[in-house]
Design a protein around this ligand. Structure first.
Ligand code: FES
Ligand code: FE2
Length: 349
């Protein structure tokens, strides 16, 4: 279902890059307006709890974590990573209150593809078994850490962040610079699309030659770009035996705040050497997307009606249809019906 803020429920959201949470650490994280506490136990396992003490409501994140138990800062109640209360220090030896009946709500978590994912159920009052597995990511993301991780906060609803990132027509205007594209290089594109897991894919092809950035990779690359609900873009580049994979995850913090995490994985040793040079480019690129969204808010606050045109906005149309289909599937059951049909989209960019 979609909640009142237009967020899909019963689905996995990217919460943090895996490297952002060290063993024995915990940190608060708001997801879909809900206060969560993410932690990594001493044994390396990750957990997510509601960041509210069941005693008197103070966020547990103000307390302490020793790698085994979270201790509330107010009266010292302690909780295991599965949310079960393990100790109430105020109880005397002969007061036989069963502390194990007290629980903090737990959210399903998964660690895959360089990220920590949290399953956000449709009913916040119950612990639910996930309706789908966490997203599948290319192998290159599983046996190494990302070479580059950039995170940025966009002051907008997730829908605007997602359709902004998948929008092919803004490139020559928003991302113009000597090393990427110029308006003079605008030309007609035709790309083949097909439905894929909870989304769609721009099927494997040779990227257009006006992307100077590809040239430094050496060889002729081929690219597949996938989008998957609720907001995941996976760019999978093959160059001979080498792989480069860009993962862009869109995380709704609340109805007007969205975090974008961009991770790049690679098997090319040269790229590791070039990392200090590449990082500012990645940051600048994402910053250009954020700056345009900041400006867009000036208009959006007047609640104008908006347009999606063919074919350059067709992917945005698919995104909204996919959300609807997912919500309908969760409400009505049966099989998920992917509304995307195989087709070729044409636009100039
Ligand atoms: S409020 Fe957390 S222990 Fe009392
Ligand atoms: Fe962009």
């Amino acid at each position: 279902m979609q909640d009142q803020d237009g967020f899909l429920r019963d689905i996995w959201y990217f919460a943090l890059p895996a490297t952002a949470l060290k063993a024995g650490a915990m940190q608060p994280k708001t997801l879909l307006g809900q206060p969560l506490l993410l932690g990594r136990a001493a044994d390396g396992s990750v957990f997510a709890l509601r960041d509210i003490c069941p005693h008197r409501g103070i966020p547990l994140s103000h307390g302490r974590f020793d790698g085994r138990e979270v201790e509330c800062c107010y009266h010292g109640w302690r909780f295991a990573p599965d949310g079960q209360c393990t100790c109430i220090p105020a109880l005397t030896a002969d007061q036989d209150m069963d502390v194990t009946k007290i629980r903090v709500r737990r959210y399903p978590v998964a660690e895959t593809g360089g990220g920590i994912w949290v399953y956000m159920p449709s009913d916040e009052s119950r612990e639910a078994a996930p309706a789908t597995p966490p997203p599948e990511l290319p192998d290159v993301t599983s046996d190494r850490s990302p070479g580059i991780v950039e995170r940025m906060v966009f002051p907008c609803h997730i829908d605007h962040a997602v359709i902004g990132l998948m929008d092919p027509a803004h490139g020559p205007f928003v991302h113009k610079s000597w090393w990427w594209r110029s308006q003079a290089s605008i030309h007609e594109k035709a790309k083949h699309f097909a439905p894929s897991d909870l989304g769609f894919a721009m099927v494997r092809h040779q990227p257009s030659s006006n992307s100077a950035a590809y040239k430094i990779l050496g060889g002729t690359p081929t690219t597949e770009i996938r989008f998957r609900l609720p907001g995941l873009r996976i760019e999978d580049i093959e160059i001979g035996k080498h792989r480069v994979c860009g993962v862009t995850a869109v995380t709704p913090i609340d109805a007007t705040t969205t975090e974008i995490t961009h991770m790049i994985f690679w098997t090319i040793p040269l790229l590791s050497v070039l990392k200090p040079v590449l990082r500012p480019f990645a940051r600048r690129f994402l910053g250009q997307d954020r700056d345009i969204v900041v400006r867009q808010q000036e208009g959006l606050k007047h609640n104008p009606s908006l347009m999606l045109i063919n074919d350059s906005d067709t992917q945005a149309k698919w995104y909204f249809r996919l959300k609807k289909a997912y919500a309908a599937w969760r409400a009505e059951g049966g099989e998920f019906q992917n509304p995307v049909r195989e087709t070729t989209l044409r636009w100039r960019s």
